[in-house]
Design a protein around this ligand. Sequence first.
Ligand code: PLP
Length: 465
Amino acid sequence: MLDNSALRALPSVDQTLNIPVIVEAVGRFGRRAVTTAVRNVLDERRQDIRDGGSLPAIALITASVLDRLQGEERSNLRPLFNLTGTVLHTNLGRAILAEAAISAAVDAMREAAALEFDLDTGRRGERDDHLRALLCELTGAEDATVVNNNAAAVLIALNTLGAGREAIVSRGELIEIGGAFRMPDIMARAGVTLVEVGTTNRTHAKDYRAALRAGTGLILKVHPSNYRIEGFTAEVGGRDLAALAREAGVPLLNDLGSGTLVDLSIYDLAKEPTVRETVAEGADLVTFSGDKLLGGPQAGFIVGRKDLVAAINRNPMKRALRVDKIRIAALAATLKLYRDPDRLADRLPTLRLLARKEPEIAAVARRLQPLVAALLGPTRSVEVCACRSQIGSGALPIDTLPSAGLRLRAADGHALNRLAADLRALPRPVVGHIKDDAIVFDLRCLEDEPAFLQSLAALPPNGMA
Ligand SMILES: *Cc1c(COP(=O)(O)O)cnc(C)c1O
């Protein structure tokens, strides 16, 4: 039954705004935010009374308003501890940047910068000028440009080379990257007709040859970064495909996906084709990401033949896909680190974390185990465990890295899910992964142990709601 007296007794927005704690909140959160929060809380309470609830105490109303304001102020994009074991986690923002890149980006944000202005001549410059020479030096390519991400790089390269014509691709390379990036869809949007050749597991040079005709715009090779076909397989290597393309007079576009600038085997990681090798094999254009193995901000690079890069720069799509000064600053600073390979793994977090050895991580786990156990209390157990990290973002999907971590168990599944939720709700959330009725923290990406312990200390007391 509707309690009209309770509805009438609910304070108005104006009355609530005059309660001292709410007046104080205006100083902290701003008038508009507080008014909106008050209105929403009162609306909810009114609905609650209509649904049969009783009149809430004033203190409860003001507490809800403050809760709501605090929640709104805390960004969902706040820093967190990535203990998932996936170093380049797309959902957690992929690469974390080198200090040099961070300070370059901050400088670019704070002041005007010569983004498209040549300081030598005083004339107009190009934003690509900040990266072109570095990219050419590091990849051996003739020319280079940069766009929003690698998906955009593939899109504009396909559109420039093949709009209204055909692109020949092996059936074994028609990949889906995730997040709805499917090669056939991108081709359609680029205005390119897909010509599939070969079979899922085997494609030969003769398959490409048979598909070549007057309407062929390009041959596309895609590095199948996120899966691997094993067993009875055949593909045409980059060098042979380049020779075939040259013979036919069509360009070869090689989408490397992650694309690394260094030989990862130096760091005991599995070998990925480097951009330099791919250029040297004769690909006319090579595309790769900025925020995967390269360890920079989101970006897509296109390197290769000068005439083709020039054609890409003339494509009106380029304007829609360009990157801003903040990212250009961070990219240039990241690329510069590659000029000093000896110190690269110290300075570039992505490589530093990937190169971290299991014994070092296991030592961290042993050191933290008793401290974490003490913070989690007696009803939850914490043990050191072995685990395997992944590079992530589709790079080297099969080659996991030996790592170590902590395995957390709780009384039952409900308590475990509650713990996972509490960890996510921390001021600096801790994100692990749930496996075999336990939360596993892979400690490969944990570098600031004191901050981690401090974060855990803010967990709600054990057993409380
Ligand atoms: C990751 C990837 C892409 C997409 O790159 P983004 O930088 O995520 O846009 C395209 N092609 C391949 C082969 C990839 O691995």
